[in-house]
Each structure stands twice: as structure tokens, then as C-alpha cells.
Design a binder for this molecule. Structure first.
Ligand SMILES: Nc1ncnc2c1ncn2[C@@H]1O[C@H](COP(=O)(O)OP(=O)(O)O)[C@@H](O)[C@H]1O
Ligand SMILES: [Mg+2]
Length: 247
């Protein structure tokens, strides 16, 4: 569905990536895990055309494209909610711009209920917790009907129980609704629970340090022996990397 080849991006003398490549099959769930500052958010920004690339090719459904603007739903790391609009107005913003429909309203209400936000529709972002703002931003992202969904640390501000419930929602989106998901996370366990392919990234420049395909079918349990073992391995690898950088 999506093929990225040899992507390059620098900010002045900082080379964020210099030849980064990634293939995303249709209907798959890919997790990108990497240390803070390695370039994950920049990768999504370049992919969606928010930040211009310095080089490289993006192929979308077989066609070369400059970026994925208009082709993917993108939830940025910052929630970017408008402070003067209510949560439901923020979530409905894409629909308001595109022309509001009864379907969009019903969909937003249903997602509010599913994500535990019902009763808070009329609150402004400043009056609710970070986790609620994050869920509102997720609703807004899911209001787009695109098949490809790019999520930048979508569940990072949530408590453990809400997080579990939304992890199930993400799986449902992939398996029942046929979405193709690429998710950035710093949570190795979350990546191993949800993804068909886990890419562990290293920095300066960003590259794939390890590629892991979990063997256990989904839904997976956190106490799955393979998951626990792999989690330790991937953590160990990342720790080594951080230690090497520090020395
Ligand atoms: N607009 C920008 N101008 C200059 N440097 C930037 C800009 N955006 C990001 N960076 C730098 O690029 C690197 C990667 O940032 P980012 O993609 O946000 O990392 P991550 O999402 O993996 O934590 C960081 O060192 C960051 O400071
Ligand atoms: Mg980031």
C-alpha cells in the first residue's frame, strides 16, 4: 500500500534520517519504536507533507507521490485541539470543514461513547485531563475515512486501564474495519501486543535497528511467554544503544 524508499531529512547540520525505507502492506499494523528524539515524528511530518523532504521516494498504491496529504488520517503527537471549541466541535472539525452530515455527527457521538468521553462533549480542552484531550484527538483522527491511519504516540497520556481499552479499539479498527495502521510508540509492550511488525529504530540518522514479527496470533496477552521474552530482548538492545551513545 505504501512504500518509502531512501527518505532523507536534515534540519541544518542535524541529519535526522538519510536513506530511511519502509514498506507497509495493506491491512497491516506496523509499530515504530525508538528513543526520544530519533526522528519518528519528523518521519510522519515528512510523510504527510507537513515538513518538506530533502530526498527519497514515496509510492502510494503503486504511484509515485510527493507526500500523503489527503491520503492518510494523521494523529500528531501534540493534540492540537482548538482551545475555544468544545471537545465535540474539535472532533467534528474535519466534518465541519468538509460539510457536516448526520452520519458524521452520529459517528462522533458513538466514538465519544466508545472512548469514554460521553458527558464531556461540551467541555473545552482546557477543562479536561491530558488523557481526555488525547482521546478527543483520536476521535478527530478517526473521523477521517482514510484507510491508512498514522498515529504518533496516541495512547501515551492514558492511564493503564483506559490504555488497554483503546489498544483493543485499535485492533478492532485494523481487524474489523480493515484499516492499515502505522503507530509510533515508546512502549515496547504495546508494540508487541498490537503490531504485525515491530521496527526498533536507532538515531542519528534514524534507521531500523531491529525488525521483529511476533509469532503469536492476535489478540495477544501481556503475559504471553514469547512477548515477555522478546520485550526483554528489545529493551536490552535499546539500552545498549543508549549506553553506547553516552560513552
Ligand atoms: N522544525 C525543526 N527544526 C529543527 N530541528 C528539529 C525540528 N523538528 C525536529 N527537530 C529535531 O529533530 C530530531 C528528531 O525530532 P522528532 O522527530 O520530534 O523525534 P521523536 O519524535 O523521535 O522524539 C530532534 O533532535 C529534534 O530536536
Ligand atoms: Mg515524537
Amino acid at each position: 500500500m505504501l512504500c518509502v524508499t531512501n527518505l532523507k531529512k536534515s534540519f541544518n547540520s542535524l541529519v535526522v534520517f538519510d536513506g530511511f525505507s519502509l514498506t507497509v502492506p495493506r491491512g497491516s499494523f506496523t509499530a515504530l519504536v525508538g528513543p526520544s528524539g530519533c526522528g519518528k515524528s519528523t518521519f510522519f511530518d515528512v510523510l504527510t507533507g507537513i515538513v518538506p523532504k530533502d530526498g527519497g521516494d514515496i509510492t502510494w498504491r503503486g504511484d509515485a507521490v510527493p507526500h500523503l496529504r489527503g491520503k492518510a488520517a494523521y494523529m500528531q503527537q501534540k493534540d492540537l485541539l482548538l482551545p475555544w471549541l468544545s471537545l465535540i466541535e474539535n472532533a467534528l472539525l474535519p466534518a465541519i470543514i468538509a460539510g457536516m452530515t448526520p452520519y458524521a455527527q452520529a459517528k462522533a457521538r458513538a466514538l465519544f461513547t466508545r472512548l469514554g468521553l460521553s458527558g464531556f462533549e461540551e467541555y473545552i480542552p482546557g477543562r479536561v485531563s491530558g488523557g481526555m484531550r488525547q482521546r478527543c484527538a483520536l476521535v478527530r483522527t478517526l473521523m477521517f475515512e482514510h484507510e491508512l491511519v498514522l498515529l504518533d504516540e496516541p495512547l501515551s497520556a492514558l492511564d493503564a486501564i483506559t490504555r488497554r481499552s483503546l489498544q483493543s479499539l485499535l485492533l478492532l479498527l485494523q481487524i474489523e474495519f480493515g484499516k492499515t495502521i502505522v503507530m509510533i510508540t515508546h512502549d515496547v509492550e504495546e508494540a508487541l501486543l498490537l503490531a504485525d511488525e515491530v521496527l526498533v529504530l536507532s538515531r542519528f540518522p534514524m534507521s531500523v535497528r531491529e525488525r521483529y514479527v511476533p509469532g503469536t496470533p492476535k489478540p495477544r496477552r501481556g503475559d504471553d511467554p514469547e512477548l515477555l521474552k522478546t520485550k526483554e530482548q528489545l529493551f536490552y538492545g535499546m539500552e545498549q544503544e543508549v549506553v553506547r551513545e553516552a560513552i
